[in-house]
Each structure stands twice: as C-alpha cells, then as structure tokens.
Design a protein around this ligand. Structure first.
Ligand code: ZN
Length: 398
C-alpha cells in the first residue's frame, strides 16, 4: 500500500471510532463490532487516541461473566472552537467543545451607526485571549455570504463588504457563514440528521437547509433567502423591492398588528409580557402569526421536503403562544400527508444557535479528519471550509 493510502485508511478508521464514541461510551470489543475493524486495529488506534488526549477510560461496564470491559469515551473539552454571530443588534461569542457543549458565551450590543468593520474589530479584540485553545473561528452574518465577502445584508443596509483584510492577520482558521445556514449546522452537529430546515425569524426571515446530509449554499450563497420571496403585497422591503414575504411575517409587523388590535405596548418584549398576562390583543396577534407561519411551512415542505423543522431567532420565545395555530394551519394547508405531521420545534441552543453553528464548522471538520488536524488550514480542507459537512458526510447515524 502507498503511504498516502495508509494515511487515508488511518484517518477513516479513527473517524469511525470517534463517531461511534460520539453516541456514548463503548468498550474496545463494542468498537470492533460497530466499526467492523479487527480488535488489534481498534486497540492500536484507541491507544493513539488516548495518547493524544482525545479519549479517556471510564468505569468498567457491569458484566455477568468474568472481568468487566473498560469503557472508552470522548474526553470532555478535549477540543474547542469559537463561533460568533454578528447580528443586527449585537454580537454573541461562544466557545463550543467537541461534544456540542457551550463552554462559555459572551454578548454585547452594537450602536446602530457602527459599521461591519467596527463590529468585526471589536469581535477580534474579544477573541484574541482565547485563540490558543481553538481549532478555528466561525463568524456568522445576517446576509448573503460568499467566501470572505458579505454580498448583501438588507436589514443593516450593507452591500459588498470584503472582510479578508481583518481576517488575514488572525493566527487560526476563520470561516464566514450566513446566520440561518450556521444555525442549521448547529442542530446537525448535535443530532447528525440528513434533512432539516432551520427557520430564522426576527426582523428578517431566512432558512438554512440541510438536504441529504449537505448544507445547501447555492451558486452565489443566496440559498434560503426565503424572506425575499415576492408575494402580492406592495409594502416596501429593506432589500429595495416591494411585497417581500418577510415584510408580512417579520416581527416588526407583528408588533404593528398587535397595536392595531388594541395592544398597548410598542415593543416585542411588551407584546410577549402581554401574552404571558393573557392580554387578548397579544394572544390574537400571535395566533394570526402562527397561522401565517403554518402556511409558510406548508410551502417550505414542498420546496425543501425536510424531515424536521427547527424554529430560531426571536420567534422562538413566542413559540408557545403560536404553536397551536401553526400546527392547525400546517394540518389544513399541507400538500402531503407526511407534511401534516412535520415535526416543528424551537432550537436546542436558543439564541446562541448561529454562533454555535459557526464553531461547529471546525469541530465537524475535526471529526471528518479523524482528529488528524494539521497546523496549516489548507491541509484541513481549504481556507474557506466551504465543503465542511458534519464530521461525517452521512452524519452521526451512519
Ligand atoms: Zn426584500
């Protein structure tokens, strides 16, 4: 066998072992059975992974016969990555460990006049003390991202911003990603699924779609910008056109509707407090939004056919108040019988989801490489991490 083939095989076998252990502790014999590798090969690779500090030996499993086998597990916090969401109102920074646990997070608000360059500079100051321990830094933005450029962020009025001058100086791999796409990755990194749509609804509306195990980005990076689907409406959108879907479904419109129904508060927080106190105008406005979202999900189901929908962004806080009308509306409007029962739930990571997804880009890559992480980003699969999947092309279930 050539040297390159030996290395590839080693990487694949290590990846198989690490992916099995992501689901829970196993003995060496269990690993041999689950991966189809010889017991001697498993022992050798496990020894290697123990030496590198990636695995640890846990308590022995109970066994009715003879000596109980020692269980192996992934060592908590053995590897970490950083993720940041630079959003409309503020930035969220997280450190994510390789088992999907948030080690710490930090958040700060932006002055409206702060441009993207200023926001990125502040972020880089905040991350600098933590670079040593991180595999990479994934930054998410609320707009269309292509490589190291932001092409368009309608809700901030930003167009064609090149971030490479800021990022070139960093001593670790950096990737940029759209916030909804990164949020989809956060769920997939944790659960390893094949077909998922992640709907982000705050001021704007977008989706991140994982189809057949791959995150879809499209030809220009604009995939999933469903908030700018044109409808019959004539209200102006921040993208410069009229009648975009996000004008109808966005949470600014929700607050306007609530006031038109007699609501007294003028903010989303006020509306939410009203709903919690049983205020009729708030409950009705949220029921109406739920109905509209149900129709939207019926459309999404025919466009992308996900097995599960995750709801994130500010709308996640409102979810308990709109869930019933959303489900009734999806039932009424679904195209296929299967779509009527489409599972819909709020995000596991809540408002940290985009930042977690940014960090998961690197952790997923680490698993995909079987933990053989090179110093130079090029050897880990390219500077942009554009092809990064989920640690294993076929997800955790493979
Ligand atoms: Zn628009």
């Amino acid at each position: 066998m050539r040297k390159g083939d030996v290395q590839t095989l080693r990487r694949l076998n290590r990846r198989a072992i690490l992916n099995q252990l992501r689901r829970g502790p196993l003995s060496r014999a269990d690993l041999a059975r689950a991966t189809g590798l010889a017991k001697s090969a498993v022992s050798r690779l496990v020894e290697e992974l123990l030496q590198e500090g990636l695995l640890e030996e846990g308590p022995a499993a109970p066994s009715p016969l003879g000596r109980p086998p020692t269980l192996l597990r992934l060592k908590p916090r053995a590897r970490m990555a950083l993720g940041a969401e630079v959003g409309v109102e503020g930035t969220v920074l997280v450190a994510l460990d390789w088992q999907g646990q948030v080690a710490w997070s930090k958040e700060w608000a932006h002055a409206p006049e702060e441009d993207l360059h200023a926001r990125i500079q502040r972020l880089l100051l905040e991350v600098r003390p933590h670079l040593q321990d991180a595999l990479g830094l994934g930054i998410t933005l609320p707009g269309v991202v292509a490589g190291r450029r932001l092409l368009l962020a309608p809700n901030l009025g930003w167009r064609e911003v090149d971030l490479s001058p800021h990022l070139a100086a960093l001593p670790l791999p950096v990737a940029l990603e759209n916030d909804a796409k990164a949020s989809a990755l956060s769920e997939v990194f944790l659960h390893g699924e094949q077909n998922l749509a992640y709907v982000v609804l705050s001021t704007g509306l977008g989706v991140g779609v994982v189809a057949e195990g791959r995150l879809l980005r499209g030809a220009t990076g604009a995939f999933g910008e469903v908030g700018h689907w044109l409808g019959e409406g004539v209200s102006p959108c921040r993208c410069g056109r009229r009648g975009c879907l996000e004008v109808a479904l966005g949470l600014e419109t929700l607050v306007k509707r609530y006031r038109a129904l007699g609501g007294t508060a003028s903010t989303l927080e006020g509306l939410l407090a009203g709903a919690r106190a049983g205020e009729e105008a708030a409950l009705l406005a949220l029921r109406q939004l739920g109905e509209a979202l149900g129709r939207f999900l019926a459309n999404l189901a025919v466009a992308y056919d996900p097995a599960r929908v995750v709801v994130g962004g500010r709308v996640a806080e409102l979810f308990p108040f709109l869930e019933a009308s959303l489900r009734a509306s999806l039932q009424a409007h679904a195209f296929l019988e299967a779509h009527r029962r489409l599972p819909v739930a709020p995000s596991v990571y809540g408002h940290l989801a985009p930042a977690v997804g940014g960090a998961s880009l690197f952790l997923a890559r680490f698993f995909e490489l079987g933990g053989l992480w090179a110093e130079g980003p090029r050897r880990n699969g390219g500077e942009g991490y554009a092809e990064v999947a989920f640690g294993d092309r076929y997800g955790l279930g493979a």
